[in-house]
Ligand binder design. Structure first.
Ligand code: FES
Ligand SMILES: [Fe+2]
Length: 367
């Protein structure tokens, strides 16, 4: 199915009635320089990775920022992670300046708060996969909070790496960059990945899943050295890619009992900044020395290529250009905006979410 229409997007302009009803891709792409607030295009009512676990030692209190909310993160005497608004409820001095003994936070201005009278705003907080995850509540009354997402792993032991990069743009740009299938041969040129000469016609089947979509399990791209390397196992290789609201891309590769599982999240720090966090675990090539170091080096190069491109893009976005989503290669980006709109509508009306993707769809592009 090819969508030949081009959609003009006025960056930073909000579609007053986004959604699937009009059938066309909807805008809602935001530019940098937005203020945080109800119209900032950020999704509340979800878990976000706030900080890497290794950043907090012992009783330390560390600062983090999610969706413009300043947080202070730490672990109590039992090792339980917690997150509070980084602001003393008395006079607003950041609690990250406080003393913490594992039990009580002693504000650096007037000492302990009287707990019966002053409550610091706290957020659900869990520690998994090497991150402090914090749940930022939606505008509606607090309902039951589901558990924080976890990276799927399939057997023990495995290796794991984490990488991150800050991006000077609205999370929407980070996410549509993340799901953009066409930039690979241009942005990520490398002998071990793919080159411009390797560009060819691609065709993949996408299908709806709760809160997102999936590229149906398929044999991976033959033009990538990494996948060629997996061929040494002599077993069929399949890969699955999923996107799930608000910001997660999962990619899994299975090759007999060997597996590789990764999760990339793009987290809104403020309305004008976001951060990519990439976390991958695997049991492939465990016999290879320095595999973690090697993979981290490759991953870092890869993410740096994306980051550099987004810094360049932010330069252009400052001037509020008209943007467009083109053909099948940008269909996932259109779905992202439609999913966001459908999610918000469901929250507003209390009705079940109307999934914008009716069923399996075949998309074609060159990359
Ligand atoms: S400002 Fe924190 S106790 Fe007064
Ligand atoms: Fe990329």
């Amino acid at each position: 199915m090819s969508d030949a229409t081009e959609t003009k997007l006025k960056a930073g302009e909000r579609d007053p009635n986004p959604g699937a009803e009009k059938g066309g891709p909807q805008s809602g792409v935001q530019n940098s320089g937005q203020e945080n607030g109800p119209n900032d295009g950020l999704l509340r009512g979800f878990w976000y990775p706030a900080l890497e676990s290794h950043r907090v030692n012992g009783r330390e209190l560390r600062r983090a920022m999610l969706l413009g909310v300043p947080l202070v993160v730490g672990r109590d005497a039992q090792g339980q992670a917690f997150a509070l608004r980084d602001s003393c409820p008395h006079r607003g001095i950041p609690l990250s300046y406080a003393q913490f003994d594992g039990r009580t936070i002693e504000c650096c201005y007037h000492g302990k708060f009287k707990v019966e009278r002053i409550f610091a705003e706290s957020f659900p907080c869990e520690e998994h996969d090497g991150y402090f995850w914090v749940h930022i509540p939606g505008p509606a009354a607090r309902g039951e909070v589901p558990p924080a997402p976890r990276l799927p792993v399939y057997s023990e032991p495995y290796r794991i790496v984490r990488l991150s990069a800050d991006l000077p743009c609205h999370v929407d740009h980070g996410i549509i960059g993340l799901m953009d299938p066409a930039h690979g041969p241009f942005v990520h040129q490398a002998w071990w990945w793919r080159s411009r000469r390797s560009i060819h016609e691609k065709e993949k089947v996408f299908e709806p899943i709760p809160n997102g979509f999936r590229i149906r399990a398929h044999a991976p791209s033959a033009n990538s050295a990494f996948y060629k390397l997996l061929g040494v196992y002599g077993e069929p290789i399949t890969t699955t890619i999923e996107f799930v609201l608000p910001n997660m891309r999962f990619e899994e590769i299975h090759c007999g009992p060997r597996w590789f599982s990764s999760r990339t999240t793009v987290t809104p720090v403020t309305a004008s900044h976001c951060r990519i966090d990439f976390c991958a675990a695997w049991n492939v090539f465990r016999w290879m020395p320095f595999m973690v170091q090697l993979f981290s080096a490759f991953g870092r190069t890869f993410i740096e290529q994306d980051r550099r491109t987004m810094v360049q893009q932010a330069e252009g976005l400052k001037h509020n250009p008209h943007l467009m989503l083109i053909d099948d290669a940008d269909r996932p980006a259109k779905w992202y905006f439609q999913l966001k709109a459908a999610h918000l509508k469901a929250k507003q009306t209390g009705q079940p979410m109307q999934h914008p993707i009716p069923g399996p769809v075949t998309l074609r592009w060159r990359s």
